[in-house]
Every structure is written in C-alpha cells, then in structure tokens.
Design a binder for this molecule. Structure first.
Ligand SMILES: [Zn+2]
Length: 402
C-alpha cells in the first residue's frame, strides 16, 4: 500500500517534475510525474500535490545545544564577559536558577525546528561534575516528547574541560551509558591546557565503546593547527576515519594560505570532518576548498537563545545562507554547497546509512515555494510542508495536529 504520494515535486537534479511514492516511511519510487503510477485507491492513501514546489531532503542540524536553550521561556539579557572562559563561568553560575537544563524548553525548540524542515539534530549536551549526566537525561526526555517529528542524537559535551575537571572522563563514559552516541571535547590546549591528556582519554573511550568524536576547537593559529594534527593522527591510529569531527575549527581561518591547504588535506586523508555554524565573527571554512579536496563539511546552529548569546532560530536554510554569504559565493552551484552542509554533508558526518531523495531513504522531506536550492537559500521561504518518515508533520510553518 502507498502511504503517501507527493505529486509534481521539483527535485534538485531533475528536469521534469517528479512523483515521490512513500511506503512504510521510506521513499519507494521517484519517477517523472504522471508516467508510472496507478491511481491510488480512494481513501487508502494520502496524496499531496505540491504543484511544482521544490522538495529538499529533511534538513539536519549537525551542531546545536538544546540543553542550554531558553526557547519558549523568559527573555534573559546577555550577562557574560567577552571571553570563552567568561561564558563558561557565567553559565555555571546562572543555569540552575534559570531552570536549565529544561526538557520543556528543549522540546519547544525541537518542535520549532521541525516546523522549519529540520528532521534530525546532533546536539551537544553538557556533562560535568556539577550536573553529572542530568543534561543527557533531560534531552532524552525532550527527544521522547518530539518522537516522530525530529530525530535527536546526543554528544556528551565537556563544556568546562575534561582534564581540568577531575571526574569528567568517567562522566563522559557514563553519558554513553545514558544514551549519548558521540564524545565531545573542547579546546584540548586552550581550555584544558593538556591536549595529549584530553585527546588520549577521548580516543581511548571512543575506540573501546564504538562512539564517534566531535570536538569544539576554538584555538586559533598555530596552536589550533597543531591540534588538527593530533586529532588526525589519533583518528587513523584508532581506525576511526569517518567518525571524528572538529566543530568550529577556528584555526583553519587564522593560518596562512599554504598552511590552511595543508590542514584541509590532512582532514581529507584522515577522514576527519568539519562542522561550522558561521556565527558571530568566527572564521567560516571555505565550502569550495573543502568540497574540492573531499572534506565533509556539516552545519549547525550552535547556541540558540541561551546564556551564550541571544541569537539563533534553528532555521537551517537560514544557516546555509549565513555560510554562503560569509563565504562570499554568488553562483547557484556554490550556494548549493552551503545548503549541502545542512543536508548531504551533515548526513555523511552523522554516518547515516541512507539519506536523500532516493528510493530506500527515509521519507524525510521539506517542501518550499522555490525553483532551485539556491533560490531557497537566498529567500529562506516559509516551509510549505515538512514530512517526517512519510508523515506530514508541519504545514506553512505550523505543526500539524495528529
Ligand atoms: Zn557548540
């Protein structure tokens, strides 16, 4: 039985409008509109005619922090000092009074993201001696509340450092027991002042437990570049190619040109991905250079309305626009590389076995009133329809009651 038939869809890479047949939550057939299908039996199938609108695969937010968000809660004016360590300290001081981590705020944000066409997120959840794994449990509760709308996977994130906070290594492993699938890290040199200690601890656990690794690396210049090498060496040594990522990776935008290209080749050879958020004045990697040299680049919102800053709205098409704009690209094919960070690039980062607008992939689709992906990125239109696992979950920016 056909569960859902999406008619007259404009799919990237197809000259003609296509019909997409969904069965059991997965794409079963993609074929030129009107050429192949028996009429669905009346009353047994849902048919959606999207009338030539663009259909994209479900968007992926590959780096956010839903445990930190104040979404749907009070407006909280920013109160931290200007440095990274100031923001870490401010959050530790204020989070409990503000009710963080809050499964209600996290679920509210995840629902909002679903209305924007995001069908999957990788969220970095704080794990530290003050909280233990309560954040992991809080986000798991939020994820359960939005099941069927948006898939959630968690990174156990040592925001406050690993080695400098005794007990954190053990907590990271406990977080895997509590449901996290990826180990996070943070500035092994800049925050921990013990790069070998932090990285050796993370890679030992990851290799033993089959976990992925995704490290926040804000360290700039030669200090950051040196840590690229440490991560690449350990990735290869432990056979973790394709399972390791550097988030932000500010060094790549703060070293000379020849060094930058050496770092990109190092990432390509060691199978280490990059994740960018294109926020504030943080350097943004070149989508052109990374694509040309075969490095996976994914995108995420990073913080959304939290103690780290007031910005962010969870819109991954808007995030792609920021990446394209910060890259200074104007051609359609280059703008599409920015959108790829929130679709296929993110799917590669997460190691999804099946993804996209092809038979066999989960039927996660977002429909927008645009003619090309580049037009969608530039215009950031209201999402006409969001389909998750073959079910319409949002229409015109609003969740559909089920
Ligand atoms: Zn982050």
């Amino acid at each position: 039985m056909t569960d859902l038939l999406v008619r007259r869809a404009r799919l990237p890479g197809h000259a003609d409008l296509q019909d997409v047949v969904v069965r059991d939550g997965r794409i079963a057939v993609v074929a030129t509109s009107g050429t192949h299908l028996p009429e669905p039996a009346a009353g047994s199938d849902e048919v959606v005619d999207v009338e030539g609108q663009l259909v994209l695969p479900g968007l992926i937010d590959a780096h956010c922090h839903v445990d930190k968000t104040l979404w749907s809660g009070p407006w909280v004016p920013h109160s931290a000092g200007p440095r990274l360590v100031d923001r870490i300290a401010n959050e530790r001081t204020r989070r409990t009074d503000l009710g963080l981590p809050s499964p209600e705020y996290a679920a509210a944000l995840l629902r909002h993201m679903a209305t924007l066409g995001t069908t999957r997120v990788r969220t970095h959840t704080d794990v530290d001696p003050g909280l233990g794994v309560a954040g992991i449990e809080s986000v798991a509760k939020a994820a359960a509340a939005v099941e069927g709308l948006i898939d959630v996977e968690q990174v156990a994130f040592p925001q406050d450092g690993v080695i400098r906070r005794p007990g954190t290594v053990e907590l990271l492993e406990a977080a895997l027991d509590a449901g996290a699938t990826t180990l996070g890290g943070i500035d092994p040199a800049g925050v921990d002042d013990d790069p070998l200690g932090q990285l050796d601890a993370l890679f030992e656990i990851a290799a033993r437990r089959g976990a992925s690794i995704d490290i926040h690396l804000h360290d700039t210049g030669s200090l950051g570049a040196w840590q690229f090498g440490l991560v690449a060496q350990r990735t290869v040594a432990h056979g973790l190619q394709g399972k390791v990522a550097l988030s932000h990776a500010d060094a790549i935008g703060t070293v000379p040109d020849t060094e930058r290209l050496r770092l990109i080749d190092l990432l390509a050879e060691s199978g280490v991905a990059l994740v960018t958020a294109a926020v504030y004045d943080v350097p943004v990697p070149s989508v052109l250079e990374l694509a040309e040299r075969g490095v996976t680049l994914a995108a995420g919102s990073d913080g959304i309305r939290d103690l780290w800053g007031p910005y962010g709205n969870g819109d991954m098409i808007e995030r792609a626009m920021h990446i394209a704009y910060r890259n200074g690209v104007r051609r359609d094919e280059d703008i599409e590389l920015a959108l790829d960070c929130a679709t296929h690039g993110a799917a590669r980062l997460l190691g999804l076995e099946s993804y996209g607008l092809v038979p066999g992939a989960p039927a996660d689709l977002v429909v927008v009133p645009s003619r090309t992906p580049a037009e969608a990125v530039v215009s950031r239109p209201t999402r006409s329809l969001v389909i998750k696992n073959g079910r319409v979950v949002a229409r015109d920016g609003q969740l559909v009651a089920v």
